[in-house]
Design a protein around this ligand. Structure first.
Ligand code: SME
Length: 161
């Protein structure tokens, strides 16, 4: 496994296309769920420079903070609360172009302006979410959704959970 991430320049799609094989390389041969989430959060943060990116995991009926990169964050989120808890409740990806327009958004950081939350699915159930926050409005779109859904699927499939 390469120890350094190669940062890709170009369009968003080109950046993800360059990142995907590197993420596969990071996950290859490693089944530890926490280790894999940690490296994926680091790779996404390094490549895209988002304000915050990381995982929350379903534990005893709530989302609990997992591996992440960025400022300190809320540790627990209830089902149906905020963007993360809504993504969990609805078992679907949510793209929020302006967090101030999302009723119930949980502001872990006042600097966050837009957000995407992607559920981690295993055997048809949500076991956690990947959350990415940007300091800019309208950062995330269908391309982020498509690639991030692939990335979380690789993490779930490649880890012993
Ligand atoms: N904004 C999220 C909470 C998590 S933090 O942004 C890291 C939400 O509304 O669920």
């Amino acid at each position: 496994m390469a120890e350094d991430l190669s940062i890709i320049t170009g369009s968003k799609e080109e950046q993800y296309e360059g990142l995907m094989p590197q993420i596969k390389g990071l996950l290859h041969g490693e089944q530890d769920f926490v280790a894999n989430m940690a490296n994926v959060a680091a790779a996404l943060k390094e490549q895209f420079g988002w304000l915050w990116v990381g995982f929350y995991l379903v534990k005893n009926g709530e989302l609990v903070l997992g591996p992440f990169q960025g400022p300190v964050a809320c540790t627990r989120i209830r089902k149906g609360r905020g963007v993360c808890g809504t993504s969990w409740a609805e078992a679907r990806t949510l793209i929020v172009p302006d967090v101030e327009q999302f009723p119930g958004h949980i502001a872990c950081s006042s600097l966050s302006r837009s957000e995407i939350v992607v559920p981690l699915m295993r055997n048809g159930e949500v076991i956690g979410v990947l959350d990415a926050d940007s300091a800019d409005l309208d950062t995330f779109d269908a391309a982020d959704q498509a690639y991030l859904e692939q990335i979380v699927a690789l993490v779930v499939e490649g880890s012993a959970i």
